[in-house]
Design a protein around this ligand. Structure first.
Ligand SMILES: [Zn+2]
Length: 475
């Protein structure tokens, strides 16, 4: 989209799947004398002013530029403005069926039919906004859970981050993720299935799975034939939709990239990537989701359950859910997502414990070489997104770069970097004001003064938080 076009703003935004329904009528906001970290990787700039009008950043420059401009002034002295965070790999909670509960769910079922619990989905969305995450990409869900929420968010009826979603993912019978997928087995027979999915779900980006597993404790499973993968990618691209692919190792990642996929839903984790892969990642600028949180979390719950008492978790998780996870840690029992064997007995947990440092090193190398890592958790809670930033820091990625990974690179993943993801004039005004310097310590991304989505400062007291009501952080 041409930002300079004279199309009415609402129409232009509808065309890119964004809404400014909240706060678009409000008076301009001027954040004065702040330290600006714009998300592009540019060094912090002090004594800056940022003017927000009509849901967009309209002036970004030295504070003298905003002198005398009318509007509501916010003193940004001693504070740090960053773009709103983006989590580009989530699976929003709120759906379950017998034996497969995406917990927490207040609804239970004994049949094989999926049941949607809208309240759980709304609470998960609230957790993201509360944690500073203004954009999420759901890369696999049941359509009945995620799509009505996306519709309501875009209509301005739901206080939530910008929601982008794939709806059902696409895979091969018996392969990874079949439960929430359109299963296709041959071309051209698959075309009608994909067309039906496209027409009914309008994916913002289409997720495909391409993995034969066989790693750690997992069995080998069937995988999409490569020519079918190419047809699927071409189908969605020809409908104007980018694609992302679940992979876990370097060779499948390479095959998917050379089949034309636009992004990787994970960074390879099964072993250290080769130098050639690192160079390819930089040369092709293929965005890759980081997704360290999910694997790290199995061990973290087991070894350090006290993290569940940190303020972000207390605010965004139901007390009963935190207690349940602690019980798993202490006594074993069901896992967070399934009713499989106790956590401490699961070889999967130990496997992920050894794999996470390998993934961290792959991410550090790809980023340092100029590749495009984007923050994604594979989770369903904004506190987990903040944890992903901690894991990036632990990996040795510089803090300024982490902010880029968690903002601008997310927009690049979505193909929306011209519209959002950084604090630059003309872009959607998604931002977080912090009371401490995130380049000094990435944990300062949690020192939130306010979260702004599309020009509106979020009123936390209106968020449906699972931990109970919270006061508005900034009056
Ligand atoms: Zn996932």
């Amino acid at each position: 989209m041409n930002l300079g076009s004279k199309k009415p703003l609402s129409l232009a935004l509808a065309a890119i799947g964004l809404t400014l329904a909240f706060g678009a009528q409000a008076e301009p906001i001027i954040i004065d004398h702040t330290t600006l970290i714009d998300g592009t990787g540019r060094a912090p700039r002090q004594d800056m002013s940022v003017v927000i009008d009509g849901g967009r950043f309209t002036v970004v420059g030295p504070s003298i530029l905003a002198q005398g401009l009318p509007g509501r002034r916010i003193d940004g002295r001693g504070k740090f403005l960053i773009p709103g965070l983006m989590d580009i790999h989530i699976h929003l909670a709120g759906f379950s069926r017998a034996g497969q509960a995406w917990i927490p769910s207040t609804k239970t079922t004994t049949t094989g039919k999926w049941v949607v619990d809208r309240k759980v989905g709304e609470q998960a969305l609230a957790s993201f906004l509360y944690a500073g995450v203004t954009t999420v990409l759901d890369v696999g869900n049941i359509p009945e859970n995620i799509l009505p929420l996306r519709t309501d968010e875009r209509a301005g009826k739901l206080l939530a981050p910008h929601i982008f979603a794939t709806g059902n993912l696409v895979t091969y019978p018996g392969s990874h993720g079949t439960d929430i997928a359109i299963n296709v087995s041959s071309w051209p027979e698959a075309e009608a299935q994909l067309q039906a999915q496209f027409d009914s779900q309008h994916p913002d980006i289409q997720k495909i799975t391409y993995d034969d597993e066989g790693w750690g404790s997992r069995p080998l499973i069937p995988i999409l034939p490569k020519d079918l993968l190419q047809h699927i990618i071409q189908f969605y691209n020809a409908h104007g939709v980018r694609t992302t692919v679940h992979i876990s190792n370097e060779s499948r990642a390479l095959e998917a990239i050379y089949s034309g996929v636009d992004t990787l839903a994970h960074t390879p984790i099964q072993g250290p990537v080769t130098d050639a892969f690192v160079k390819m990642a930089a040369a092709k600028q293929i965005p890759m989701a980081s997704t360290m949180m999910i694997g790290d979390n199995y061990t973290r719950i087991h070894e350090h359950p006290e993290f569940l008492d940190q303020p972000l978790y207390v605010a965004t998780m139901a007390p009963v859910e935190r207690a349940r996870l602690k019980k798993i840690s202490a006594e074993g029992g069901e896992t967070a997502l399934t009713t499989s064997p106790p956590l401490y007995q699961r070889s999967w947990r130990l496997w992920m414990k050894t794999q996470t440092p390998i993934l961290q090193d792959n991410i550090r190398r790809i980023d340092a070489a100029g590749g495009v890592i984007a923050a994604g958790t594979d989770g369903t809670n904004g506190a987990g997104t903040q944890r992903e930033l901690e894991l990036l820091a632990q990996a040795g990625v510089p803090n300024l770069e982490i902010i880029k990974i968690a903002t601008f690179n997310g927009a690049r993943f979505l193909g929306k970097q011209e519209q959002m993801g950084s604090i630059e004039e003309g872009k959607i005004a998604d931002s977080v004001l912090l009371s401490a310097d995130p380049t000094a310590d990435i944990d300062n991304c949690k020192a939130i003064v306010f979260v702004m989505k599309a020009g509106e400062i979020i009123d936390e007291s209106k968020l449906s938080l699972a931990g109970g009501p919270e006061p508005r952080r900034m009056p």
